[in-house]
Design a protein. Structure first.
Lengths: 159, 172
């Protein structure tokens, strides 16, 4: 009996199915009731999904394109995690840090196990998507008076 | 001080719906935004705000918002003198000087005034390690720590999958 394929690649960000789902459901549903950091997150993830779709259409699953896109996502998400008065962007950025690092290692030839690399990359993406979804669900609509926190950290320090 | 207490008592007379509108006003939302959140028209919101203003003695919108914020941020009251000994209470040198102390001894977690910064009224919270002066490093550390944790978990998971695959292959 052959060993079963236990790869989690089907959950992958780089599969057009999840990207389409995020684009179709995430943006319209999330925008209206979202706070400013959530809107920033929607913009970043939406842009990344669009870029990913474009990369799929033009270059297929080219590693370099997806590595650059993930690095771009990381470069946008780290400032969001540093500025937003929320906890979940840190997990979101960490997920993309894992994914981008693993892809850079694969690109430079330091990671030699393709399936293991794919698993780590897709797990990072999955954790990031899940973190954003849970964060958005938590912060989308605070009842008035219950959330005493401003959306951005800088406003706390302006005294 | 007496004025603040008087106006705060007036706030308690508002209905829950009026307080809800006032909470949104104090968050800096426009009537249109409040209407969208409550599912009512902009003019209905303006009417409610007008009623609130009348109940609070015709104060302008910005002032009733400030009043509401002040009521929700008046956390600790320190008397200016010890009620038993009558000696004045001195604040210790090590106290957090980021919190302003008013002459009446009221610790008020001050918030940006209307028109400052983004122009929106924002409530304030005491800075924590996550929001304090070194927050950038704390947050960067959290991102890297979480990433390392994920990698460690991934390695363990891969090891488990590898062992499971080998086990199933050898059984087959």
């Amino acid at each position: 009996m052959a060993a079963p394929d236990l790869s989690l690649a089907l959950l992958g960000w780089h599969s057009p199915g999840l990207i389409t789902l995020l684009l179709v459901l995430g943006l319209p549903l999330g925008w209206r009731n979202a706070g400013p950091p959530e809107k920033a997150g929607i913009l970043i993830l939406g842009s990344i999904a669009l870029l990913d779709l474009a990369a799929w259409a033009v270059m297929g699953g080219a590693l370099l394109a997806h590595t650059l896109i993930d690095s771009l996502a990381l470069a946008w998400l780290v400032p969001l995690a540093l500025k937003a008065n929320r906890h979940y962007p840190a997990l979101l950025a960490a997920g993309f840090l894992v994914a981008a690092s693993a892809q850079w290692l694969a690109l430079t030839g330091l990671a030699t196990l393709p399936r293991a690399t794919a698993l780590i990359v897709e797990s990072g993406h999955f954790v990031a998507a899940l973190a954003f979804l849970l964060g958005w669900l938590r912060h989308r609509k605070w009842p008035p008076g219950t959330d005493q926190r401003p959306p951005w950290r800088d406003q706390l320090q302006r005294k | 001080m007496a004025d603040i207490l008087e106006q705060t008592a007036l706030l308690d007379r508002l209905t829950p719906k009026q307080r809800e509108v006032l909470a949104y006003v104090s968050d800096g939302l426009t009537s249109k935004e409040i209407g969208r959140k409550l599912g009512v028209s902009e003019s209905a919101v303006n009417q409610r705000i007008e009623t609130i203003r009348q109940r609070l003695g015709g104060l302008p919108r910005a002032q009733i918002a400030r009043l509401y914020r002040r009521q929700s941020t008046l956390l600790i009251t320190i008397p200016s003198s010890n009620p038993i000994t009558g000696k004045p209470i001195q604040l210790q040198a090590g106290d957090d000087r980021t919190q302003p102390y008013s002459a009446e001894g009221v610790v008020d977690l001050a918030v940006p005034e209307a028109g400052e910064g983004s122009g929106r009224l924002q409530p304030s919270t005491p800075p924590s390690i996550w929001n304090g002066p070194g927050a950038v490093w704390v947050r960067l550390g959290a991102i890297v720590g979480l990433a390392l944790g994920m990698v460690a978990f991934g390695v363990l998971l891969l090891d488990l999958i590898d062992k499971l695959s080998r086990l199933l292959a050898s059984n087959g």
